[in-house]
Ligand binder design. Structure first.
Ligand code: NOJ
Length: 752
């Protein structure tokens, strides 16, 4: 039966008399309520709160009679489950919540977790794509919409955003993150959290966000999924941790630990990461959840001998909730009794979990997120489709546009469209969209047909991977060229050819590392065959990671990077191809020329021999350039922008003013993302040759000039030393401002 939780009258009176703010009163009230429940809990019930099961038992069907579903179901009734994941839909959520609040002894409501990564039903561009918009407000809005739809389906907790910085396009999960830059990823992460969590949880649409994966997962060795991570302190503090620190400071409620080991210690059992840094130094008050089975995986890491030891290590390290390892629920009670885990550790974890349940308002209304009418009304709402279209348009990067082949004219007669991805309503939804409905995107073919009636389509070839799903990958049909002849015939008879090539939607994402990052299957061959008969090709790339498309970059006159743009992919791509929208996005991950250059990233350190000499003894490859194919921050527009008058005003050394003039020298209005980078020239630890520290996205009308001003404070000029302390060192700094990380104006100043 549910309990009534009361704050004592004397506490309340004290709070009022001592003039505390509403928020302080509320949080003190919650603390008191949490304490009250904790006093009433048995040790088993406490540990039950630390247990998260994967969705079990068909909630609308009869209770299971045997097997693991029965164990889970029985444990739920005994109050031994704190949260479930992957249960969605109001009726399912309601059923389980009813058991939790009506049939357990203390009636503590459940948290319902789900991977809402880039939309729930309405699918937004994959996060790597939307990061290329550099439009934090639009990104915030996308997670707000995702929260509206997820909460309408009963979900109160998303396992997003993924904040892993990565420099390795082989790693399939780069599609889930914001690219390689910690500054931009921090801003985007904070915006995503704002969108999910809202201003307060008084709204029925605000859900808990999760910062994941803590920490280092984006640096898995050789880009191979779940592999070990070995990195320096400088990288940890200055590259990997900043986005996590930023979202913790902005009030994120949960953190998920990473699968990987970090310098030999699995993140799930990493006391330094979880307790010393996150909970003590950063004062994180929320809960830490393990990743799926990651507690038990410490056995395979060679870090724990069995499930009991794994549970001990994880709990002591600061992991509060066990996702699907069953280690906490099965082992912790005994471990506490044996004195291996202090009851104080358990109490602390349980308090964190209960506190969040109170903050969400679940004790007042456990069915807060269970409204069948909202579920019917809000999914795929036209407002949401409009929001994803706009973000998709902002996420498309124009990589090349020789002789202004783009935009296409609506009057253009014979337009050929080639490539299986052009007629694919699924791949462009991308991976990690587990609540979405398959084949619901507007394909590129449909989008183009919405604008022009002169489109003729031929498949040409399939993408390498045939039968795919979220969990399985079967390679079929990767060398079938039987469709080439039709495509060649069509290309020959056309004025311009649009080729949509890239990756299948499930070719990136978790468990999808690739050792080759060129166009899979026979697509490269198809591209070259078509090029022989018609050189007027617009290549539309659709992929979940940077691809090494070096031949295309040299030969194909126009290239756009369309990523996987979600529900409105086709309309977004068509609007850019026909010039209804002027592209403005900029890459957030460097594109390599070949896989051998990886890791390649713009904010690298220098070395003792960076410059070409007249012999071989300098830092280079003998068979490849050092330069990327496309640098970080790169992206063209139908407008042309010219930068001039870089000026630095150091009158106030704590607030250095940098200004630059940008002229749109074209006849087309366009948006530009002006980027500011710094280089700390001499420091006690070598600093990157360039670091993004500010940017502005602005509309500049045709033939108009605008002056942009940036302010540099100590926050931008300092860095973390190897002990994790933020320091600012006096000396010479180079400031670079420009249209991408490679094309900048430069000036130096002295920081006192
Ligand atoms: C494993 C993934 O690493 C994590 O990101 C995800 O949230 C969980 N599975 C739950 O689905």
């Amino acid at each position: 039966m549910s309990l009534i939780y009361k704050i004592s009258f004397s506490t309340l009176l004290w709070l009022i008399l001592t003039n505390q703010s509403n928020a302080q009163i509320l949080s003190a009230t919650i603390e008191q309520k949490v304490e009250n429940i904790l006093q009433k809990m048995t040790i088993e019930e406490k540990i039950g709160q630390m247990n998260q099961y994967n969705g079990f038992w068909d909630a609308t069907g009869p209770a299971p009679k045997s097997g693991s579903s029965k164990i889970k179901y029985d444990n739920l009734k005994k109050g031994l489950v704190g949260s479930v994941l992957n249960v969605k839909g109001v009726s399912n959520v309601r059923k389980l919540q009813e058991i939790a609040v009506k049939e357990t002894r203390l009636g503590i409501p459940l948290l319902f977790g789900f991977d809402v990564i880039h939309g729930q039903k309405t699918i937004f561009p994959i996060p790597l794509a939307s990061s290329c918009s550099w439009d934090v407000e639009a990104i915030e809005n996308s997670t707000k919409v995702a929260a509206i739809e997820a909460s309408a389906m009963g979900i109160n907790w998303t396992f997003a955003p993924m904040l892993d910085i990565s420099r390795d396009a082989r790693w399939g999960r780069v599609m889930e993150g914001a690219g390689e830059d910690p500054y931009l990823a921090s801003l985007i992460g904070v915006a995503q959290v704002k969108g999910f969590q809202g201003k307060s949880f008084s709204s029925n649409h605000s859900i808990l966000a999760t910062a994941k994966h803590f920490a280092g997962y984006g640096f898995v060795e050789a880009g191979r999924e779940y592999n070990a991570v070995n990195i320096s302190n400088a990288q940890l503090y200055n590259v990997i941790l900043p986005p996590f620190k930023a979202v913790v400071d902005s009030g994120i409620k949960t953190v998920m630990n990473a699968f990987n080991s970090l310098n030999g210690i699995p993140a799930t059992g990493n006391q330094f990461l979880l307790r010393d840094l996150l909970k003590d130094k950063w004062k994180f008050k929320g809960l830490v959840v393990s990743d799926w089975g990651s507690i038990i995986e410490m056995i395979d890491h060679g870090f724990a001998k069995d499930s009991a030891e794994a549970a001990t290590i994880a709990a002591n390290a600061g992991c509060d909730m066990d996702m699907e390892s069953y280690a906490f629920v099965d082992q912790l009670t005994e471990l506490v009794k044996k004195g291996k885990v202090d009851i104080k550790i358990i109490d602390e974890a349980v308090k964190r979990i209960l506190r969040i349940k109170f903050e969400l308002g679940l004790f007042d209304n456990p069915f807060k997120y269970c409204d069948e009418n909202k579920e019917k009304e809000l999914l795929y709402h036209p407002r949401h489709l409009k929001a994803t279209l706009e973000l998709a348009q902002k996420s498309i990067v124009l990589l090349k546009n020789e002789n202004n082949l783009l935009p296409l004219k609506k009057s253009q007669k014979k337009i050929a469209l080639i490539g299986s991805l052009a007629n694919d309503k699924n791949s462009c939804l991308g991976n990690w969209r587990i609540a979405s409905d398959d084949n619901t995107a507007i394909s590129v073919l449909e989008g183009l047909q919405n604008i022009s009636s002169n489109i003729s389509y031929a498949k040409g070839a399939d993408v390498a991977i045939g039968k795919t799903s979220f969990v399985k990958q079967t390679i079929v049909n990767d060398n079938d060229t039987t469709g080439f002849a039709d495509a060649i015939k069509l290309a020959k008879a056309s004025e311009v050819v649009i080729m949509v090539l890239g990756e299948n939607g499930f070719q990136s994402g978790e468990g999808r590392s690739r050792s080759k990052i060129d166009l899979p299957g026979v697509q490269q061959q198809l591209l070259e065959e078509i090029f022989k008969v018609n050189k007027n090709i617009v290549l539309v790339l659709m992929n979940g990671r940077p691809l090494a498309i070096t031949w295309a970059a040299q030969n194909i006159p126009a290239i756009i990077e369309a990523w996987q743009l979600g529900s409105q992919t086709g309309n977004a791509v068509a609007s850019v191809l026909f010039g209804e929208v002027n592209p403005s996005a900029k890459l957030t991950m460097t594109f390599p020329r070949s896989v051998g250059q990886i890791p390649i990233y713009y904010n690298h350190l220098s070395n003792g021999r960076p410059n070409a000499g007249n012999n071989v003894f300098w830092s280079h490859y003998s068979d490849e350039s050092n330069q990327p194919l496309y640098p970080f921050g790169f992206g063209l527009s139908y407008s042309k922008f010219k930068y001039s008058n870089l000026n630095i005003d150091t009158t106030n050394n704590e607030k250095i003013k940098v200004s630059v003039t940008i002229k749109n020298t074209s006849n087309v209005d366009g948006e530009e993302i002006a980027q500011l980078y710094i280089h700390d020239k001499v420091s006690s630890i070598s600093r990157p040759v360039k670091e993004l520290k500010a940017f502005k996205k602005l509309l500049i009308k045709a033939n108009e000039s605008k002056t942009v001003e940036f302010i540099l404070t100590n926050n931008e000029l300092g860095y973390y030393n190897n002990n994790g302390n933020f320091i600012i060192e006096a000396g010479e700094f180079e400031v670079m401002v420009g249209t991408n990380s490679d094309d900048v104006l430069k000036k130096t100043f002295n920081k006192m």
